[in-house]
Design a protein around this ligand. Sequence first.
Ligand code: JQB
Length: 261
Amino acid sequence: MRLDIISIFPEYFAPLDVSLIGKARRTGTLDVRVHDLRSWTHDRHRTVDDTPYGGGPGMVMKPEPWGEALDEVAPAGGAVPRMIVPTPSGRPFTQAMAAELAAEDWLLFACGRYEGIDSRVVAEASTRMPVSEVSLGDFVLAGGEVAVLVMVEAIGRLLPGVLGNAESVADDSFAPGAMESLLEGPVYTKPPEWRGRAVPEILLSGNHGAIARWRRDEALRRTAAHRPELLGRLDPGKLDKHDRKVLADAGFPEHGEDMAN
Ligand code: JQB
């Protein structure tokens, strides 16, 4: 997969030399190219921002350097990347979107700063390539760089051969897409007792059926406690009697037992 990243802070992407993504780059699974937006400016001060039309606080990224950058990185008449623009007003980035993007051959990330990029840049780019405005969540970052690092890590670990252990991706969940409905429960490793705290006995039992049941109970309890809105996405047909009891005990009788059973 090819990834182009355009930013006024190319140094932000040093972490992409490290760990899973760094290895994927060295082995050729990932071709990452980081570009300095200021290389497409022509004035002495390498200006990328200007005051907002209509007034208001802060500055807005000028369209001209972006236009030249996109023309050079993704020239007309050739292959077309999918462009991703992080912005707090974008569609939520999810695991499903990470999986969809991991199937692309070429992604182009455009990192804004200040109050964002002149809107005509996305409008014009959209006539030449698919463009998605994406948000990591309901908080405000100072720019798109950290959002791109997050997305590249989420996408990169899904690429064939990037995680050493092929099972690690599938096991994020109990079933395909389940990470969108149930949180993971707690995990433990050796030693069996640490600072007076024992590992739950069931995990040492060797009873794989009972362990799977316990893990599911913990996942249901954690989801009820931390992300109750996710319970509404559970398929009621996939909840057994025990699941319904766990959810009722966690304070969600509407997903749990009905009065009849
Ligand atoms: C500039 C960004 C995010 C990109 C994601 C997320 O855009 C703004 N609007 C108002 C105030 C400040 C900004 C700063 N800013 C480019 C830019 C913020 C992404 C961003 C984001 N993806 N929060 N913030 N979840």
